[in-house]
Write a protein that binds this ligand. Structure first.
Ligand code: ARG
Length: 399
């Protein structure tokens, strides 16, 4: 029996042509694997059939939307994960999930290698291959676009020559990756970082400049996870889908950033992640109310490390696993309701309540009912500033 390779298949030009290229270059049979992470667009059945028409021996589609939302996006929400304080890791979150299915499918079908359609300039090649290495070290990773220098022009030529059923007519000037958590758009005129994004880049968000009534929702969290919106129970996937609508309609979640890629390149990226930005704003504020001060402060440093690890393709690493345990521990009391107002591109918390609240009205109030003993503050400050006072006596002496 011929050797087999499992290809992460998107249905696009590069991976469609990649089927033939892999076969020609390696003599292996190609199994196409398409993972539905809520990228919408084309019907997954059409994509499945296209892989067969392009020469795959087998074509598999996995609906992983719920798994993606629950096991990949929710940990990111608990971590308030934003790379460079802005990017909610949309693409970076889907890669380890896809890699997991590549590895398990290869095992099931007796393949000794996997493949992806990434170029050699991006983060995604690293994420796929590092995840596969961590899950199935015996597998080899192939990257036809990168390793056989498969340019776009060559791909179009190959598709025409072999009569592949892949439309080249509506060639998009952008490289787009999308899933239920958001969209990433790069290349084209965006490569000049001075060029402003134009309206037709966006599909998950409406123009925030258009005047409309604000939207208000109440999001209920249980241990850091959204479990109801306006009192209606939701799964993680439903929470993301619903918040994409609410926040997207208000133009929330557009991001335009020059980003530091793992391979050393600075690149200009445009994202839209309405649910991500809105849910993180809500979740973070509930943490402010329910997590004690030092734990909350320390968690912020863990959050940025977590985001960098995931961005850098180390989802399946010991450090990431250990940080997950820490983050889960912090979420024990992150239960309660957040009222979120979305309007003109911003999502702002206007109310919070929790049975786990550490907010004590009687300590906070300046009105009657105050139980805070202000006389204690004087001695506290004396001791708090004692080290500064002692060192100042030395350092300022004789000046
Ligand atoms: N720069 C982002 C990241 O590394 C998005 C990559 C999206 N991929 C794409 N083919 N457009 O996570």
């Amino acid at each position: 029996m011929a050797e087999r390779v499992v290809l992460a298949y998107s249905g696009g030009l590069d991976t469609s042509v990649g089927i033939g290229w892999l076969k020609d270059a390696t003599g292996k049979e190609v199994v196409a694997l398409a993972i539905d992470v809520g990228q919408s667009g084309e019907d997954m059945d059409v994509i499945r059939q296209r892989a067969l028409d392009c020469g795959a021996v087998e074509s598999i589609v996995v609906d992983a939307k719920d798994e993606f939302a629950t096991d990949y996006v929710m940990p990111a929400l608990k971590a308030n994960a934003l790379y460079q304080k802005r990017y909610p890791l949309v693409s970076a979150l889907s890669r380890p999930l896809i890699a997991k299915y590549l590895a398990s499918t290869a095992k099931d079908l007796g393949a000794n290698s996997v493949a992806h359609g990434c170029t050699g300039k991006g983060n995604d090649q690293v994420r796929f291959e590092a995840a596969v290495a961590a899950l199935a070290p015996e597998l080899t990773s192939l990257a036809p676009v990168r390793d056989f220098a498969l340019t776009r022009d060559k791909a179009i030529e190959y598709a025409a020559m072999h009569n592949l059923p892949i439309a080249q007519s509506k060639k998009s000037p952008y490289s787009i990756d999308q899933n239920v958590y958001g969209r990433a758009v790069e290349t084209g005129f965006l490569e000049d970082p001075w060029n402003a994004p134009i309206e037709d880049l966006y599909t998950y968000t409406q123009d925030p400049a258009v005047t409309r009534e604000p939207t208000e929702v109440v999001i209920s969290f249980d241990q850091g996870i959204p479990v109801a919106i306006d009192g209606v129970p939701v799964t993680p996937l439903q929470a993301i889908e619903l918040m994409n609508l609410h926040a997207g309609n208000q133009g929330v979640g557009r991001i335009d950033i020059v980003e530091d890629r793992l391979v050393g390149i600075k690149s200009r990226e445009v994202y839209e992640a309405p649910a991500g930005i809105a849910l993180i704003a809500a979740h973070e504020e509930l943490e402010n109310m329910t997590i004690e001060r030092d734990l909350a402060r320390y968690k912020r440093t863990v959050e940025s490390k977590w985001a960098e690890l995931v961005y850098d393709g180390l989802w399946f690493s010991g450090l990431k696993r250990a940080l997950d345990v820490f983050i889960d521990e912090t979420q024990k009391h992150v239960t309660g309701d957040i009222r979120l107002k979305m309007h003109a591109g911003s999502a702002v918390v206007t109310g919070r309540k929790s049975t786990q609240s550490l907010y004590d009205f009687n300590l906070a109030t300046y009105d009657t009912g105050d139980t805070f003993d202000q006389s204690m503050a004087k001695g506290f400050i004396e001791l708090w500033s004692l080290p500064s006072k002692i060192s100042a006596r030395r350092d300022l002496a004789g000046k």
